[in-house]
Design a protein around this ligand. Structure first.
Ligand code: ZN
Length: 460
């Protein structure tokens, strides 16, 4: 069929085609952020010049950061492929387990070692990037709320949780593929389906709380009104939380999560105007220190300018939730889950054919055919054109769902509040509202602000 070289260089070439295409799209958007210095006419009613300039500079800085991190990652992937880092680390993993008296027949053990090495490597090499992004880029534009100890703890927690989840899952998956016989792809898919359901089930109760603090939304006007909204559309609301997102950043959001009986609504504390967390909890030293720091910051800021109000009022939050509940009422969550499972099934089916092709392993410098390597090469590299196309379709689908959810909020007569909430959120998050059509088409899972406002106006 294809030779080793043909496979290898096609994968490499495709990687670069995608890179150049994405860089081209970004450069189109960057051009707008550089040249459109005044609030466009159609946005004058919703956005002041000062906020527009701030958003423009933030967007430019993010774009520059994206440019450099893009080049770095592109060169890194190219070097990993061309220098044969994958077979090298695979053999290294074999030697490491050899030290403990296991030979290369212990493929699962060798695979786990291989994954551990790559997880450590990527945690370490991504550190300068995430440090810069958090403490320079986000800091400069007033979004970062993390302290360095918080950041370090967070990074270590992420690594440990990632290991605790991925190592047993990958081990079992390899085992199933190895003993599954001709129809292993059905069992492998069934296993991954079970894993997805398991993670969805435990995520909100056991994983997310490791990273952020969730508290039940206290009784009061907001809670009563949210419950009434949920009841009016038969949403079985059992869990309503506020997440202390302000510990991380000033960005705000709200989301709906879960299936069946496990549904919950989560509001970022930064979304709620004048939100103060329930009092009466013991403070440890670190917390007090942080509080002090915050106070200091506020003091210095207030000398320059009065503190601006951020977040949404009750009616606007309800409109945002009406949109989120629209995603539930219109079955978007279930549909997305179904699509991702169908995709997983197709991928495993094609993998079942391709994984027998020795030439694919040889193309990437492997003399043997370890299952993990097959999964990595085929899912990540061989499928990449398919993933690009699927990603494009999914982003169109996602925008369609957003419009639908907006219309749902509209059917609940919350258009006016939703529009003002979207404008406020866009301001608070410094979204740059001028978008290049081609860039936006390939990158925005949510339609640009102006399009959403216009769409809601249309059938008024
Ligand atoms: Zn939405």
């Amino acid at each position: 069929m294809f030779s080793e070289q043909e496979i290898f260089y096609s994968v490499l070439a495709f990687l670069w085609v995608v890179y150049f295409w994405e860089s081209y799209l970004s450069s189109r958007q960057r051009y707008l952020a550089r040249t459109v210095e005044k609030v466009p006419k159609e946005l004058e009613s919703v956005l002041d010049q000062e906020t527009f300039t701030k958003a423009r500079l933030y967007s430019l800085d993010k774009s520059t950061y994206g440019f450099w991190s893009g080049i770095y990652h592109q060169i890194e992937s190219t070097l990993i492929l061309c220098l044969g880092a994958l077979p090298f680390v695979w053999k290294l993993s074999g030697r490491i387990i050899g030290q403990f008296g296991y030979n290369e027949d212990y493929e699962i053990l060798q695979s786990i070692t291989f994954i551990l090495i790559f997880m450590l490597y990527s945690t370490i090499t991504s550190l300068p990037w995430s440090l810069y992004e958090t403490f320079v880029l986000e800091e400069k534009h007033g979004f970062n709320k993390q302290t360095l100890p918080f950041f370090i703890k967070d990074t270590i927690k992420k690594l440990l949780v990632g290991m605790a989840l991925s190592l047993p899952i990958v081990s079992l998956l390899i085992y199933i593929i190895k003993i599954g016989g001709d129809y292993f792809f059905i069992y492998a898919w069934g296993f991954m389906l079970a894993v997805s359901l398991f993670i969805i089930t435990i995520y909100a109760d056991f994983i997310a709380p490791l990273f952020d603090k969730f508290t039940a939304l206290p009784d009061g006007d907001l809670r009563t009104k949210i419950e009434a909204l949920a009841a009016s559309i038969d949403f079985p609301l059992t869990k309503l939380y506020v997440v202390e997102g302000s510990k991380r950043s000033a960005h705000s959001n709200a989301y709906f999560y879960g299936f069946f009986k496990n549904k919950r609504i989560v509001l970022y504390d930064t979304l709620i105007e004048d939100y103060s967390p329930p009092k009466g909890e013991g403070k440890d030293e670190a917390k007090e220190e942080e509080v002090k720091e915050e106070v200091k910051e506020e003091e210095t800021k207030s000398e320059e300018e009065p503190k601006k109000k951020t977040g949404c009022n009750t009616a606007e939050i309800l409109a945002v939730l009406a949109h989120e509940l629209g995603h539930w009422k219109l079955n978007h969550v279930l549909k997305n889950f179904f699509i991702s499972q169908l995709n997983m099934f197709l991928c495993f089916m094609v993998f079942a054919f391709l994984s027998k092709e020795v030439v694919i392993y040889r193309a990437f410098g492997f003399d043997t055919q370890p299952t993990l390597i097959g999964l990595m090469i085929i899912f990540q590299f061989i499928f990449s054109p398919y993933h690009e196309v699927l990603g494009f379709i999914m982003i169109i689908w996602s925008r369609h769902c957003e419009f639908q959810a907006d219309f749902f909020a509209k059917s609940l007569k919350r258009t006016r509040e939703l529009k003002s909430a979207l404008v406020k959120l866009n301001k608070d998050n410094l979204g740059f509202p001028v978008t290049d059509w081609l860039y936006s088409m390939f990158n925005y899972s949510h339609p640009p602000l102006l399009e959403r406002l216009k769409a809601m106006d249309k059938t008024d």
